[in-house]
Design a protein around this ligand. Structure first.
Ligand code: TYD
Length: 411
Protein backbone atom coordinates (compact mmCIF):
# COMPACT_ATOMS: atom_id res chain seq x y z
CA UNK A 1 0.00 0.00 0.00
CA UNK A 2 1.64 3.26 -1.06
CA UNK A 3 1.10 5.24 2.13
CA UNK A 4 2.12 8.47 0.39
CA UNK A 5 -1.33 8.52 -1.29
CA UNK A 6 -2.84 9.80 1.95
CA UNK A 7 -1.82 11.68 5.07
CA UNK A 8 -3.24 11.40 8.58
CA UNK A 9 -4.01 14.50 10.59
CA UNK A 10 -2.64 15.10 14.07
CA UNK A 11 -4.61 18.28 14.67
CA UNK A 12 -8.18 19.43 14.12
CA UNK A 13 -8.67 21.10 10.74
CA UNK A 14 -10.62 23.98 12.33
CA UNK A 15 -9.15 24.81 15.74
CA UNK A 16 -5.76 23.07 15.53
CA UNK A 17 -6.26 21.13 18.77
CA UNK A 18 -4.45 17.79 19.01
CA UNK A 19 -7.34 16.29 21.06
CA UNK A 20 -8.93 14.39 18.19
CA UNK A 21 -10.48 10.98 18.95
CA UNK A 22 -11.39 8.28 16.44
CA UNK A 23 -14.93 6.91 16.82
CA UNK A 24 -15.72 5.17 13.52
CA UNK A 25 -13.70 2.88 11.27
CA UNK A 26 -15.39 1.91 7.99
CA UNK A 27 -12.44 -0.23 6.91
CA UNK A 28 -10.34 0.01 3.76
CA UNK A 29 -12.39 1.62 0.98
CA UNK A 30 -11.35 2.63 -2.57
CA UNK A 31 -12.09 6.06 -4.09
CA UNK A 32 -15.87 5.66 -4.40
CA UNK A 33 -16.34 7.74 -7.56
CA UNK A 34 -13.74 5.75 -9.50
CA UNK A 35 -16.01 3.43 -11.42
CA UNK A 36 -13.78 0.94 -13.27
CA UNK A 37 -13.71 -0.07 -16.94
CA UNK A 38 -13.10 -3.70 -15.91
CA UNK A 39 -13.22 -5.65 -12.64
CA UNK A 40 -10.08 -4.84 -10.63
CA UNK A 41 -9.39 -6.96 -7.56
CA UNK A 42 -6.20 -5.01 -6.80
CA UNK A 43 -7.78 -1.54 -6.72
CA UNK A 44 -6.12 0.80 -4.22
CA UNK A 45 -7.97 1.22 -0.94
CA UNK A 46 -7.48 3.72 1.84
CA UNK A 47 -8.49 3.77 5.51
CA UNK A 48 -11.86 5.44 6.14
CA UNK A 49 -11.84 6.61 9.76
CA UNK A 50 -13.69 9.46 11.41
CA UNK A 51 -12.51 11.56 14.34
CA UNK A 52 -14.14 14.04 16.74
CA UNK A 53 -12.34 17.15 18.01
CA UNK A 54 -12.75 17.38 21.78
CA UNK A 55 -11.99 21.11 21.65
CA UNK A 56 -14.25 22.59 18.92
CA UNK A 57 -16.32 19.40 18.29
CA UNK A 58 -15.63 19.32 14.55
CA UNK A 59 -16.20 15.88 12.99
CA UNK A 60 -13.75 15.04 10.21
CA UNK A 61 -11.83 12.27 8.46
CA UNK A 62 -8.60 11.13 9.98
CA UNK A 63 -6.97 10.85 6.56
CA UNK A 64 -6.73 13.10 3.55
CA UNK A 65 -6.35 11.09 0.36
CA UNK A 66 -4.57 12.86 -2.52
CA UNK A 67 -6.95 14.48 -4.98
CA UNK A 68 -5.27 12.71 -7.92
CA UNK A 69 -6.17 9.35 -6.36
CA UNK A 70 -9.78 10.38 -5.78
CA UNK A 71 -10.59 11.95 -9.12
CA UNK A 72 -9.10 9.61 -11.72
CA UNK A 73 -12.42 8.99 -13.48
CA UNK A 74 -14.70 11.72 -12.25
CA UNK A 75 -18.21 10.69 -13.24
CA UNK A 76 -20.28 12.92 -11.00
CA UNK A 77 -22.38 15.31 -13.07
CA UNK A 78 -24.78 17.42 -10.99
CA UNK A 79 -27.29 17.71 -13.80
CA UNK A 80 -27.66 13.90 -14.04
CA UNK A 81 -30.45 13.92 -11.45
CA UNK A 82 -33.73 15.69 -12.22
CA UNK A 83 -34.46 16.53 -8.57
CA UNK A 84 -31.09 18.32 -8.38
CA UNK A 85 -31.90 20.33 -11.52
CA UNK A 86 -35.07 21.67 -9.88
CA UNK A 87 -33.23 22.32 -6.63
CA UNK A 88 -30.62 24.46 -8.40
CA UNK A 89 -33.21 26.34 -10.46
CA UNK A 90 -34.97 27.53 -7.31
CA UNK A 91 -31.69 28.19 -5.56
CA UNK A 92 -30.38 30.51 -8.32
CA UNK A 93 -33.68 32.42 -8.32
CA UNK A 94 -33.55 32.91 -4.54
CA UNK A 95 -29.92 34.09 -4.40
CA UNK A 96 -30.55 36.49 -7.29
CA UNK A 97 -33.69 37.92 -5.76
CA UNK A 98 -32.35 38.29 -2.22
CA UNK A 99 -28.78 39.46 -2.77
CA UNK A 100 -28.03 40.57 -6.35
CA UNK A 101 -28.86 43.45 -8.66
CA UNK A 102 -28.18 43.89 -12.39
CA UNK A 103 -24.46 43.80 -13.23
CA UNK A 104 -23.45 42.01 -9.99
CA UNK A 105 -21.07 39.06 -10.02
CA UNK A 106 -21.78 35.62 -8.58
CA UNK A 107 -18.89 33.15 -8.33
CA UNK A 108 -19.50 29.49 -7.70
CA UNK A 109 -16.80 27.36 -6.06
CA UNK A 110 -16.93 23.81 -7.40
CA UNK A 111 -19.47 24.67 -10.09
CA UNK A 112 -19.47 21.14 -11.57
CA UNK A 113 -21.22 21.11 -14.98
CA UNK A 114 -22.70 24.59 -14.49
CA UNK A 115 -26.18 23.50 -13.52
CA UNK A 116 -26.60 26.30 -10.92
CA UNK A 117 -24.74 29.13 -12.67
CA UNK A 118 -26.60 28.56 -15.93
CA UNK A 119 -29.87 29.32 -14.17
CA UNK A 120 -29.04 32.92 -13.17
CA UNK A 121 -30.63 35.58 -15.37
CA UNK A 122 -28.66 37.33 -18.12
CA UNK A 123 -28.40 40.45 -15.94
CA UNK A 124 -26.00 38.72 -13.56
CA UNK A 125 -22.32 38.07 -14.37
CA UNK A 126 -21.23 34.54 -13.52
CA UNK A 127 -17.89 32.83 -12.99
CA UNK A 128 -17.26 29.20 -12.08
CA UNK A 129 -14.27 27.62 -10.35
CA UNK A 130 -14.03 23.88 -10.94
CA UNK A 131 -10.93 21.68 -10.67
CA UNK A 132 -12.31 18.64 -12.56
CA UNK A 133 -11.35 19.26 -16.20
CA UNK A 134 -14.07 17.07 -17.77
CA UNK A 135 -17.02 18.62 -15.90
CA UNK A 136 -15.62 22.15 -16.41
CA UNK A 137 -15.50 21.41 -20.14
CA UNK A 138 -19.17 20.43 -20.06
CA UNK A 139 -20.01 23.68 -18.25
CA UNK A 140 -18.26 25.69 -20.94
CA UNK A 141 -19.65 23.79 -23.90
CA UNK A 142 -23.19 23.33 -22.69
CA UNK A 143 -23.79 26.71 -21.11
CA UNK A 144 -21.01 28.97 -22.46
CA UNK A 145 -19.84 29.66 -18.90
CA UNK A 146 -16.52 31.23 -17.93
CA UNK A 147 -14.70 28.68 -15.73
CA UNK A 148 -11.34 28.74 -13.95
CA UNK A 149 -10.15 25.13 -13.91
CA UNK A 150 -8.46 25.14 -10.50
CA UNK A 151 -9.09 24.26 -6.91
CA UNK A 152 -10.31 27.45 -5.18
CA UNK A 153 -7.69 29.10 -2.98
CA UNK A 154 -6.46 32.62 -2.23
CA UNK A 155 -4.47 32.80 -5.51
CA UNK A 156 -7.46 31.74 -7.59
CA UNK A 157 -9.59 34.26 -5.68
CA UNK A 158 -7.13 37.03 -6.63
CA UNK A 159 -7.14 35.89 -10.27
CA UNK A 160 -10.95 35.93 -10.32
CA UNK A 161 -10.98 39.38 -8.75
CA UNK A 162 -8.52 40.75 -11.30
CA UNK A 163 -10.63 39.38 -14.13
CA UNK A 164 -14.08 40.37 -12.91
CA UNK A 165 -13.83 42.55 -9.77
CA UNK A 166 -15.26 41.70 -6.35
CA UNK A 167 -18.11 39.23 -6.10
CA UNK A 168 -21.40 40.22 -4.47
CA UNK A 169 -22.20 36.55 -3.93
CA UNK A 170 -20.07 33.44 -3.56
CA UNK A 171 -21.83 30.11 -3.63
CA UNK A 172 -20.45 26.69 -2.72
CA UNK A 173 -22.75 23.70 -2.93
CA UNK A 174 -21.70 20.48 -1.39
CA UNK A 175 -18.03 21.37 -1.81
CA UNK A 176 -16.81 22.90 1.46
CA UNK A 177 -16.88 19.47 3.08
CA UNK A 178 -14.41 18.34 0.39
CA UNK A 179 -11.80 20.94 1.29
CA UNK A 180 -8.81 19.88 3.37
CA UNK A 181 -7.48 23.36 4.12
CA UNK A 182 -10.49 25.28 5.40
CA UNK A 183 -8.35 28.27 6.32
CA UNK A 184 -7.11 28.62 2.74
CA UNK A 185 -10.76 28.56 1.61
CA UNK A 186 -11.59 31.41 3.98
CA UNK A 187 -8.56 33.43 2.82
CA UNK A 188 -9.94 33.06 -0.72
CA UNK A 189 -13.43 34.12 0.36
CA UNK A 190 -11.94 37.13 2.13
CA UNK A 191 -9.98 38.12 -0.98
CA UNK A 192 -12.88 37.87 -3.42
CA UNK A 193 -16.03 38.87 -1.56
CA UNK A 194 -17.35 42.42 -1.71
CA UNK A 195 -17.47 44.23 1.68
CA UNK A 196 -21.18 43.56 2.09
CA UNK A 197 -21.27 40.43 -0.06
CA UNK A 198 -22.79 37.09 0.89
CA UNK A 199 -21.16 33.67 0.96
CA UNK A 200 -23.80 30.97 0.66
CA UNK A 201 -22.73 27.41 1.28
CA UNK A 202 -24.65 24.18 1.29
CA UNK A 203 -23.23 21.30 3.25
CA UNK A 204 -24.74 18.03 4.52
CA UNK A 205 -25.78 18.59 8.14
CA UNK A 206 -24.25 16.49 10.89
CA UNK A 207 -27.57 16.28 12.79
CA UNK A 208 -29.19 14.56 9.79
CA UNK A 209 -26.21 12.27 9.27
CA UNK A 210 -26.41 11.08 12.88
CA UNK A 211 -30.20 10.99 13.24
CA UNK A 212 -30.68 9.06 9.98
CA UNK A 213 -27.59 6.86 10.28
CA UNK A 214 -26.28 8.10 6.92
CA UNK A 215 -22.90 6.47 7.43
CA UNK A 216 -22.54 5.80 3.70
CA UNK A 217 -22.22 9.56 3.05
CA UNK A 218 -18.87 9.30 4.81
CA UNK A 219 -16.13 8.84 2.21
CA UNK A 220 -12.70 10.15 1.34
CA UNK A 221 -13.96 13.07 -0.71
CA UNK A 222 -15.99 14.29 2.25
CA UNK A 223 -13.40 15.46 4.71
CA UNK A 224 -15.59 17.55 7.06
CA UNK A 225 -19.06 16.85 8.51
CA UNK A 226 -20.39 20.19 9.63
CA UNK A 227 -22.45 21.25 12.59
CA UNK A 228 -23.26 24.92 13.15
CA UNK A 229 -21.05 25.37 16.23
CA UNK A 230 -17.70 24.31 14.71
CA UNK A 231 -18.60 26.08 11.46
CA UNK A 232 -19.24 29.33 13.36
CA UNK A 233 -15.88 28.95 15.02
CA UNK A 234 -14.11 28.62 11.66
CA UNK A 235 -15.90 31.70 10.31
CA UNK A 236 -15.17 33.73 13.40
CA UNK A 237 -11.44 33.00 13.09
CA UNK A 238 -11.55 34.73 9.69
CA UNK A 239 -13.80 37.70 10.50
CA UNK A 240 -17.02 36.20 9.14
CA UNK A 241 -20.34 35.26 10.71
CA UNK A 242 -23.51 33.28 9.98
CA UNK A 243 -26.63 35.41 9.62
CA UNK A 244 -29.13 32.80 8.47
CA UNK A 245 -29.45 29.05 7.97
CA UNK A 246 -32.03 26.99 6.13
CA UNK A 247 -32.47 23.27 6.59
CA UNK A 248 -32.95 21.33 3.36
CA UNK A 249 -33.78 17.73 2.56
CA UNK A 250 -31.16 17.48 -0.22
CA UNK A 251 -28.34 14.90 0.14
CA UNK A 252 -30.06 13.25 3.08
CA UNK A 253 -30.39 16.56 4.98
CA UNK A 254 -28.27 19.66 4.49
CA UNK A 255 -27.97 23.21 5.71
CA UNK A 256 -27.70 26.25 3.52
CA UNK A 257 -25.58 28.67 5.54
CA UNK A 258 -25.67 32.41 4.77
CA UNK A 259 -22.43 34.11 5.74
CA UNK A 260 -21.25 37.73 5.77
CA UNK A 261 -18.37 39.72 7.22
CA UNK A 262 -18.68 40.35 10.95
CA UNK A 263 -19.57 43.99 10.26
CA UNK A 264 -22.04 43.00 7.50
CA UNK A 265 -25.42 44.74 7.25
CA UNK A 266 -27.78 41.80 7.84
CA UNK A 267 -29.36 40.90 11.18
CA UNK A 268 -28.69 37.43 12.52
CA UNK A 269 -31.80 35.24 12.40
CA UNK A 270 -33.00 33.30 15.42
CA UNK A 271 -32.46 29.93 13.71
CA UNK A 272 -28.68 30.30 14.08
CA UNK A 273 -28.79 30.19 17.89
CA UNK A 274 -31.67 27.68 17.84
CA UNK A 275 -29.57 25.18 15.92
CA UNK A 276 -26.61 25.69 18.23
CA UNK A 277 -28.90 24.88 21.16
CA UNK A 278 -30.32 21.84 19.37
CA UNK A 279 -26.82 20.52 18.62
CA UNK A 280 -25.92 20.66 22.31
CA UNK A 281 -29.20 19.03 23.31
CA UNK A 282 -28.47 16.17 20.89
CA UNK A 283 -25.03 15.68 22.38
CA UNK A 284 -22.99 16.77 19.36
CA UNK A 285 -20.48 18.17 21.83
CA UNK A 286 -19.76 14.73 23.34
CA UNK A 287 -17.65 11.88 22.03
CA UNK A 288 -20.08 9.33 23.55
CA UNK A 289 -22.81 10.41 21.07
CA UNK A 290 -20.57 9.50 18.16
CA UNK A 291 -19.49 6.24 19.75
CA UNK A 292 -23.17 5.25 20.01
CA UNK A 293 -23.60 6.15 16.34
CA UNK A 294 -20.66 3.88 15.46
CA UNK A 295 -22.24 0.90 17.22
CA UNK A 296 -25.56 1.54 15.41
CA UNK A 297 -23.66 1.50 12.11
CA UNK A 298 -22.07 -1.82 12.91
CA UNK A 299 -25.51 -3.26 13.76
CA UNK A 300 -26.98 -2.07 10.41
CA UNK A 301 -24.16 -3.84 8.63
CA UNK A 302 -25.03 -7.15 10.30
CA UNK A 303 -28.76 -6.70 9.64
CA UNK A 304 -28.34 -5.95 5.94
CA UNK A 305 -25.93 -8.84 5.44
CA UNK A 306 -28.34 -11.17 7.26
CA UNK A 307 -31.26 -10.14 5.04
CA UNK A 308 -29.26 -10.55 1.83
CA UNK A 309 -27.99 -13.96 2.98
CA UNK A 310 -31.59 -15.10 3.53
CA UNK A 311 -32.61 -13.97 0.04
CA UNK A 312 -29.51 -15.20 -1.82
CA UNK A 313 -30.03 -18.25 -3.98
CA UNK A 314 -33.85 -18.03 -3.91
CA UNK A 315 -34.34 -14.75 -5.73
CA UNK A 316 -32.50 -12.22 -7.88
CA UNK A 317 -31.28 -9.01 -6.30
CA UNK A 318 -29.93 -5.96 -8.10
CA UNK A 319 -28.82 -2.54 -6.92
CA UNK A 320 -30.82 0.58 -7.78
CA UNK A 321 -28.68 3.69 -8.35
CA UNK A 322 -24.89 3.72 -8.27
CA UNK A 323 -24.12 6.79 -6.16
CA UNK A 324 -20.74 7.21 -4.52
CA UNK A 325 -22.37 6.51 -1.17
CA UNK A 326 -23.58 3.16 -2.52
CA UNK A 327 -19.95 2.17 -2.93
CA UNK A 328 -19.26 2.96 0.72
CA UNK A 329 -22.13 0.73 1.75
CA UNK A 330 -21.13 -2.10 -0.61
CA UNK A 331 -17.48 -2.02 0.48
CA UNK A 332 -18.20 -1.66 4.19
CA UNK A 333 -20.86 -4.40 4.16
CA UNK A 334 -18.78 -6.60 1.85
CA UNK A 335 -21.51 -6.95 -0.80
CA UNK A 336 -20.22 -7.84 -4.27
CA UNK A 337 -21.26 -9.40 -7.58
CA UNK A 338 -22.01 -12.70 -5.82
CA UNK A 339 -24.96 -10.96 -4.17
CA UNK A 340 -26.03 -8.22 -6.59
CA UNK A 341 -26.35 -9.31 -10.25
CA UNK A 342 -25.87 -5.72 -11.39
CA UNK A 343 -26.72 -2.13 -10.49
CA UNK A 344 -28.79 0.22 -12.64
CA UNK A 345 -28.04 3.92 -12.90
CA UNK A 346 -29.30 6.74 -15.13
CA UNK A 347 -25.85 8.36 -15.56
CA UNK A 348 -24.54 7.40 -19.03
CA UNK A 349 -20.88 7.71 -17.90
CA UNK A 350 -21.42 5.07 -15.20
CA UNK A 351 -23.17 2.55 -17.46
CA UNK A 352 -20.85 -0.22 -18.68
CA UNK A 353 -18.47 0.28 -15.74
CA UNK A 354 -17.86 -1.74 -12.56
CA UNK A 355 -18.23 -0.52 -9.00
CA UNK A 356 -14.86 0.22 -7.35
CA UNK A 357 -13.82 -2.43 -4.85
CA UNK A 358 -16.86 -4.69 -5.36
CA UNK A 359 -16.78 -5.16 -9.17
CA UNK A 360 -20.53 -5.12 -9.74
CA UNK A 361 -21.52 -4.21 -13.34
CA UNK A 362 -23.45 -0.94 -13.77
CA UNK A 363 -26.16 -1.03 -16.41
CA UNK A 364 -28.90 1.25 -17.77
CA UNK A 365 -32.32 1.26 -16.05
CA UNK A 366 -33.88 -0.50 -19.07
CA UNK A 367 -32.18 -3.74 -17.88
CA UNK A 368 -34.05 -3.48 -14.60
CA UNK A 369 -37.37 -3.01 -16.39
CA UNK A 370 -36.68 -5.92 -18.76
CA UNK A 371 -35.62 -8.34 -16.00
CA UNK A 372 -37.90 -7.25 -13.16
CA UNK A 373 -35.76 -8.85 -10.43
CA UNK A 374 -37.45 -9.85 -7.17
CA UNK A 375 -35.45 -7.38 -5.06
CA UNK A 376 -33.73 -4.05 -5.63
CA UNK A 377 -31.35 -2.65 -3.03
CA UNK A 378 -32.01 1.10 -3.05
CA UNK A 379 -28.50 2.54 -2.95
CA UNK A 380 -29.72 5.99 -4.07
CA UNK A 381 -31.92 6.20 -0.96
CA UNK A 382 -31.80 10.00 -0.95
CA UNK A 383 -34.17 9.85 -3.96
CA UNK A 384 -36.42 7.28 -2.31
CA UNK A 385 -39.71 9.15 -2.86
CA UNK A 386 -39.04 9.88 -6.53
CA UNK A 387 -37.79 6.36 -7.24
CA UNK A 388 -40.63 4.52 -5.44
CA UNK A 389 -43.09 6.70 -7.37
CA UNK A 390 -41.30 6.12 -10.69
CA UNK A 391 -41.15 2.34 -10.13
CA UNK A 392 -44.71 1.81 -8.88
CA UNK A 393 -45.36 -0.69 -11.71
CA UNK A 394 -42.40 -2.79 -10.53
CA UNK A 395 -43.78 -2.80 -6.99
CA UNK A 396 -47.28 -3.64 -8.20
CA UNK A 397 -45.77 -6.72 -9.87
CA UNK A 398 -44.40 -7.87 -6.49
CA UNK A 399 -40.94 -6.35 -6.87
CA UNK A 400 -39.56 -5.19 -3.53
CA UNK A 401 -37.13 -2.46 -2.63
CA UNK A 402 -34.64 -3.12 0.15
CA UNK A 403 -34.07 0.14 2.00
CA UNK A 404 -30.65 0.23 3.65
CA UNK A 405 -31.27 3.50 5.48
CA UNK A 406 -32.15 4.80 8.09
CA UNK A 407 -32.64 1.16 9.08
CA UNK A 408 -32.92 -2.01 7.00
CA UNK A 409 -36.46 -2.40 5.64
CA UNK A 410 -38.48 -3.84 2.74
CA UNK A 411 -41.09 -1.84 0.81
P1 TYD B 1 -26.26 11.19 -5.72
O1 TYD B 1 -27.33 11.06 -4.74
O2 TYD B 1 -26.15 12.46 -6.44
O3 TYD B 1 -24.99 10.84 -4.98
P2 TYD B 1 -23.57 10.66 -4.47
O4 TYD B 1 -23.16 12.04 -4.06
O5 TYD B 1 -23.64 9.69 -3.31
O6 TYD B 1 -22.81 10.09 -5.66
O7 TYD B 1 -26.36 10.03 -6.78
C1 TYD B 1 -27.52 9.48 -7.16
C2 TYD B 1 -27.23 8.44 -8.21
O8 TYD B 1 -28.43 7.75 -8.46
C3 TYD B 1 -26.76 9.03 -9.53
O9 TYD B 1 -25.71 8.22 -10.06
C4 TYD B 1 -28.00 8.94 -10.43
C5 TYD B 1 -28.72 7.76 -9.84
N1 TYD B 1 -30.19 7.78 -10.02
C6 TYD B 1 -30.78 6.76 -10.74
O10 TYD B 1 -30.09 5.86 -11.24
N2 TYD B 1 -32.14 6.78 -10.89
C7 TYD B 1 -32.92 7.77 -10.37
O11 TYD B 1 -34.15 7.75 -10.54
C8 TYD B 1 -32.28 8.82 -9.61
C9 TYD B 1 -33.10 9.92 -9.00
C10 TYD B 1 -30.90 8.79 -9.47
Amino acid sequence: MPTERYVSIDDCRICGSSSVSEFLDLGMVPAVNNFQDAPDASIEKYPLKVVFCEECNHVQLENTVQREALFQHYTYFSSASDPLLNHFGQYAAEVEQDFLTAGDLVVELGCNDGVLLSQFSDEIQTLGVEPAENVAKTARERHGLDIITELFDADVAMEARERHGEAQALVANNVVGHIDDLHELMHGVDALLDDDGVFVMEVPYLIDLINNAEFDTIYHEHISYFAVRPLSRLLQQHGFTLFNIERLSIHGGSIRAYIQRQDGSRQQRQIVSNLRTLERALGLDELATFERFASDVSRYRSQLRELLKDIEGDASVVGYGAPAKGNVLLNYCDIDANTLDYIVDTTPAKQGTYTPGTDIPVRPPSDFHDDSPEYALLLAWNYKDEILEKEREYRKQDGQFILPQPYVDLV
